[in-house]
Design a protein around this ligand. Structure first.
Ligand code: HMG
Ligand code: MG
Length: 298
C-alpha cells in the first residue's frame, strides 16, 4: 500500500510567502520559483489571486506569472477564491488553479468571508469558467484535524466538503491540517472516513508542522496510499487567518525521509538546498528544516 512514488507539490512560494512579514518583490519570487523548477519538482504553487487587502504578500502574483519562464513539464498553479480571481489568473497565463474551502464554519468565515455552503456556490462559477478555458481545478479543505476557532473537527465534516469538491469538478482535494494539530491517530481516523467517499488517487496531504507532527502524519497518510504531498521549501508558511499556524512541513525533510525509504520523487536534494538557501538568505534566517540545516552544515 505504501506508495513507491510520491508527487510533491511545492507550496512555498504561495503558502509560505503569504505569511511572511515582508513582501518579496516579483523578481525575488520568480528567482525562487526558477530555482525550485531546477530541482525536478513537477508541481509548484506560485501565487494567489485574492484580495490584496486580505493578503498583501500575494498582490504581485500577476507580475510573477506574467514574467515567469514557464518550464515544460512543470505545472505552476495559483489560488483563486472566486471568479474575479480566476479571471485575473487566466489573464496572467495560469493553467491550473485551486479553490479553497474549509471543514469549519468559523474558519470559512474568517478566511474567505462566507459560510461553507456559500463558498461552494461561489466555486460553481469558477468551475464553469475553468472548464471553458480548459484549466484544471484543485481543491483545498482547511482545518481537517482541528480549527483555531472551533477546536476539534469531525472527519465526517471533512469528508462532506471533500466529496462536494470532487463532485463539482476538482481533480484532486488537498487535506489541510492548517494549524498542524493532528497526530497519527487523528490522521488515521480522518483517512478512514474520507476514503469511504473519495478515491485515494484524488487525495493530497497538506500538513503544517506547528506541533512537529507533520512528518509522522504524512507517513501515516502514505500508509493509506496517499501519494501526493504538499510541502514548502525551508518550511516556509502559515496562514494569515490561523493565528499561530506555523509553516508547512519542509520539502527538504519530506525528501530526506522519502529518499531514505527508497520512494522516488524525481527531486534533487542538492538543487533543493540551493533554493532553500536562497529564500532563507532573503528572509535572514536559517531554513525551518532539520534536514536542510544538517545537510547545509555538513
Ligand atoms: P469579500 O470581502 O467577501 O469579497 O472577500 P468581496 O467580493 O465583497 O470583495 C471585497 C474586496 O476584495 C473588493 O475590493 C473586491 O474588489 C476585492 P474593495 O471594493 O474593498 O476595494 N476582491 C478581490 N481582489 C483581488 N482578487 C480577488 C478579489 N475578490 C474580491 N480575487 C475574498 C472574499 C475571498 C476575496 C477574501 O476573503 C479574500 O481574498 N480572502 C483571501 C484569503 C486567503 O488568501 N487566505 C490564505 C489562503 S488559504 C490557506 O492558506 C489554507 C491552505 O493553505 C490550506 C490549509 O493549510 O488548510 C490553502
Ligand atoms: Mg496551508
Amino acid at each position: 500500500m505504501f506508495p513507491q512514488e510520491v508527487s510533491i507539490v511545492e507550496v512555498g512560494p504561495r503558502d509560505g510567502l503569504q505569511n511572511e512579514k515582508s513582501t518579496l518583490t516579483a523578481d525575488q519570487k520568480i528567482k525562487l520559483i526558477e530555482l525550485l523548477s531546477n530541482t525536478g519538482l513537477k508541481r509548484i504553487e506560485a501565487g494567489s489571486f485574492v484580495s490584496p487587502k486580505w493578503v498583501p504578500q500575494m498582490a504581485n502574483s500577476d507580475d510573477v506569472f506574467k514574467a515567469l519562464n514557464i518550464q515544460h513539464g512543470i505545472q505552476y498553479s495559483a489560488l483563486t477564491p472566486n471568479l474575479r480571481g480566476l479571471e485575473a489568473a487566466i489573464e496572467a497565463g495560469v493553467r491550473e488553479v485551486a479553490v479553497f474551502g474549509a471543514a469549519s464554519e468559523s474558519f470559512s468565515q474568517k478566511n474567505i468571508n462566507c459560510s461553507i455552503s456559500e463558498s461552494l456556490s461561489r466555486f460553481e462559477a469558477v468551475f464553469e469558467m475553468a472548464e471553458k478555458h480548459d484549466i484544471k481545478v484543485r481543491g483545498y479543505v482547511s482545518c481537517v484535524m482541528g480549527c483555531p476557532y472551533e477546536g476539534d473537527i469531525s472527519p465526517e465534516a471533512v469528508t462532506k466538503v471533500s466529496k462536494s469538491l470532487i463532485d463539482m469538478g476538482c481533480y484532486e482535494v488537498s487535506l489541510g491540517d492548517t494549524i498542524g494539530v493532528g497526530t497519527p491517530r487523528a490522521t488515521r481516523l480522518l483517512l478512514e472516513n474520507v476514503l469511504k467517499e473519495v478515491d485515494v488517487s484524488k487525495l493530497a496531504a497538506h500538513f503544517h508542522d506547528t506541533y512537529g507532527q507533520a512528518l509522522v502524519n504524512l507517513y501515516t497518510a502514505m500508509e493509506y496510499g496517499v501519494s501526493t504531498v504538499d510541502s514548502a521549501v525551508a518550511g516556509l508558511g502559515g496562514c494569515p487567518y490561523a493565528r499561530g499556524a506555523s509553516g508547512n512541513v519542509a520539502t527538504e525533510d519530506v525528501l530526506y525521509m522519502l529518499n531514505g525509504m527508497g520512494v522516488s520523487t524525481g527531486i534533487d536534494m542538492n538543487k533543493l538546498l540551493v533554493a532553500s538557501s536562497y529564500i532563507s538568505d532573503i528572509l535572514g534566517r536559517p531554513p525551518v528544516s532539520k534536514a536542510a540545516n544538517a545537510l547545509l552544515t555538513r
